[in-house]
Ligand binder design. Structure first.
Ligand SMILES: Nc1nc2c(c(=O)[nH]1)N[C@H]1C(S)=C(S)[C@@H](COP(=O)(O)O)O[C@H]1N2
Ligand SMILES: [Mo]
Length: 479
C-alpha cells in the first residue's frame, strides 16, 4: 500500500482509464454512452472562443475529437484525484459520478445506461484508488480500460448500424425526378452534382444522433395556432415535393467541406402553416428537436413563401440518415445550417419574440444569417509533364438567387471567367471548370463567385463568428 508519491498520479490515471472503460462498456451494452453525455455538456457550455477553435482545428472530425477530449479529461481528473488529500477523494468521486450521470440524462438520447455507466465508473475509480497502484497494476487497469473502450465502440457501432436499417426502411420515397447532368461530365476530383448522403458533412452538438422510433414519432405543430396538429411520416410523405439545394454550415470557411448539395424531399412550410393557422401574436416559428436544440425563424416570410422553407423527410431518394436528422428536419435553402432549422424535429412551435434559441445564448445573432456566396476549387491537375496546362474545377453557390458566374485568377492578377455547368436550381450548387496555362514555377490560384443578385464574393478574410466567414479559396500549384 505504500506508494512512491511521484508515481501516484500516473497510477491513478491508469485506474481512471480502467474505470472509464468499464463504465462506457456497461453503458454501451444498453445502447448508451458516458463519453457522449459529457461531450454534449461540453458543447452546451463551452464559451464561443473554445467552440470556434475546436471547429476550426478539428474540422470534420469534431465528434471524434470531442470524445477523445472527454476521455483524456476523465483520465486527467482521475490523476488529479491522486493529488487530493484522501478525505476529499470520496466527495470528488461522488461529484464526478453525479456529474457524468446528469450529463448522460440530459444528452440527446436521455441515456439512463449512460448515467449508470457514469456512476459505475466513479465507484470503480474510488475503489481502485484505495488499492495498490504498483506499476504492474497500473498497466493492468490501463490495458483493461483500453480493451473495454474498444469493445464499447464495437457495441455502439453495431447499434448504430441496426438503427440505420430502421431509418432506411421507414419510407420508400425514391427520387421522383432523375438527377440531371450538368454537361461537365466526370472530372476526376470534382465534387459530384449531388453529394451522397453518407458523404454529406455532419454538424451538430451531439456525439451521436438521437434514436427515434419512426412508428411512434409525430410532428407536433403547436403554440399560437388555431389547430394543433400531429402528423406522422406517412402524413407528411403525402404532401412532400422534391427540391435541390446546397446546405452550408456557418463554419464553412473558403475551401472547406462543411457543405453539400442534395435533392431533398419535404413538405413546404406554407402548407403546414396553412393547416395550423397561426394566431395573431405569433411572430416566430420555433423548430424544436429531440436533442434539445432549438432554432427559430421569423414567421411572416415563411408563411407567405417569400422564404421557401420545408419540413424535410428525405434526401437523395431515401429517408434521412440518422445523422442528418431522421425522421425529419426543417430546412430553408439559402440560410446557414445553424439557422435553417433543427434536425430530429419534434415540434414546430408558433411563438412570440420572447423565445431564445440554443446558440443565441452564446452571442450568435438572433436573426437568420444568409449564406454568403462562395466558390471552392476542388481540383487543379496538370495536363502532362512537359506542359503548364492545368484543368481547374470546383463548385460554387449563391443561394437563393443562383450563380451568375465564377472567376479565377492566377497570382492575384486579373479575374478570368470559367465555364459553368448547367444549373440544377438557383439554390443548388453549380459546378465549374476551366483550363489555365501556367509558366514554370509556383503559382497561387483563387476563385470567386458572382451571385445572380449582383453580389460578388467577399475577398476579405473573416472568421465565421458572428456573421459567417469571408475570404477566397486560395491554393498553390507548381507548374
Ligand atoms: N437538432 C439539431 N439540429 C441542428 C443542429 C444541432 O446541433 N441539433 N445543428 C445545425 C447546424 S449548425 C448545421 S450546419 C446543420 C447541419 O446539418 P447536417 O449535419 O445534416 O449537414 O444542422 C443544424 N441542425
Ligand atoms: Mo453548422
Amino acid at each position: 500500500m505504500s506508494v512512491n508519491g511521484k508515481r501516484r498520479p500516473l497510477g491513478a490515471a491508469a485506474v481512471g482509464l480502467g474505470a472509464l472503460g468499464a463504465g462506457e462498456l456497461l453503458a454501451a451494452a444498453r445502447g448508451g454512452s458516458v463519453l457522449d453525455g459529457i461531450g454534449r455538456l461540453a458543447a452546451d457550455y463551452a464559451p464561443v472562443p473554445v467552440v470556434e477553435t475546436m471547429v476550426a482545428q478539428a474540422g470534420e472530425h469534431d465528434k471524434e475529437m470531442t470524445r477523445l477530449g472527454v476521455a483524456l479529461g476523465g483520465i486527467a481528473a482521475a490523476a488529479g484525484m491522486a493529488l487530493l488529500p484522501p478525505r476529499l477523494r470520496t466527495p470528488a468521486a461522488v461529484a464526478f459520478g453525479a456529474g457524468a450521470a446528469a450529463a448522460a440524462l440530459r444528452s440527446a438520447n436521455r441515456s439512463v445506461p449512460g448515467a449508470a455507466g457514469g456512476v459505475a465508473a466513479a465507484a470503480l475509480l474510488r475503489a481502485g484508488l484505495r488499492r495498490s497502484t504498483a506499476p504492474r497494476h497500473g498497466l493492468l487497469w490501463a490495458a483493461a480500460g483500453t480493451g473495454m473502450l474498444a469493445a464499447a465502440e464495437v457495441l455502439v457501432r453495431r447499434e448504430d448500424q441496426r438503427y440505420r436499417e430502421v431509418a432506411r426502411r421507414s419510407g420508400s420515397w425514391g427520387a421522383h425526378a432523375p438527377v440531371p447532368e450538368d454537361g461537365l461530365g466526370l472530372e476526376p476530383g470534382l465534387s459530384p452534382l449531388i453529394t451522397p448522403a453518407g458523404k454529406f458533412y455532419v454538424a451538430d452538438v451531439n456525439s451521436r444522433p438521437p434514436r427515434i422510433d419512426p412508428a411512434q414519432w409525430r410532428l407536433a405543430i403547436g403554440g399560437r395556432v388555431a389547430h394543433h396538429l400531429r402528423l406522422s411520416l406517412a402524413d407528411l410523405a403525402e404532401q412532400a415535393v422534391e427540391f435541390d439545394a446546397v446546405m452550408v454550415c456557418v463554419h464553412n470557411t473558403a475551401g472547406s467541406g462543411r457543405c453539400g448539395n442534395a435533392r431533398w424531399f419535404g413538405v413546404p412550410l406554407t402548407a403546414l402553416l396553412d393547416h395550423a393557422v397561426p394566431e395573431a401574436g405569433a411572430t416566430r416559428l420555433v423548430t424544436r428537436a429531440a436533442d434539445g436544440y432549438t432554432i427559430s425563424l421569423p414567421l411572416e416570410p415563411l408563411r407567405t413563401g417569400e422564404w421557401p422553407g420545408y419540413l424535410v423527410i428525405g434526401m437523395n431518394g431515401e429517408p434521412l440518415l440518422p445523422e442528418h436528422g431522421f425522421p425529419a428536419r426543417v430546412f430553408v435553402p439559402g440560410i446557414y445550417g445553424q439557422y435553417s432549422g433543427a434536425k430530429w424535429i419534434t415540434e414546430l412551435e408558433l411563438a412570440d419574440d420572447t423565445h431564445v434559441d440554443y446558440w443565441c445564448k452564446r452571442g450568435w445573432p438572433v436573426e437568420p444569417l444568409w449564406v454568403r456566396p462562395q466558390a471552392r476549387i476542388d481540383v487543379a491537375t496538370c495536363g502532362g509533364t512537359s506542359s503548364g496546362k492545368f484543368t481547374v474545377a470546383g463548385v460554387a453557390w449563391a443561394p437563393p438567387h443562383g450563380v451568375a458566374g465564377v472567376e479565377i485568377r492566377v497570382d492575384e492578377t486579373e479575374w478570368l471567367p470559367v465555364e459553368l455547368g448547367s444549373e440544377m436550381a438557383p439554390a443548388a450548387w453549380r459546378r465549374w471548370r476551366t483550363l489555365v496555362d501556367l509558366p514554370p514555377g509556383a503559382h497561387t490560384l483563387q476563385a470567386r463567385v458572382i451571385s445572380r443578385s449582383g453580389e460578388v464574393q467577399d475577398s476579405a478574410e473573416r472568421p465565421p463568428f458572428p456573421f459567417g466567414p469571408g475570404g477566397l479559396h486560395t491554393i498553390t500549384v507548381t507548374a
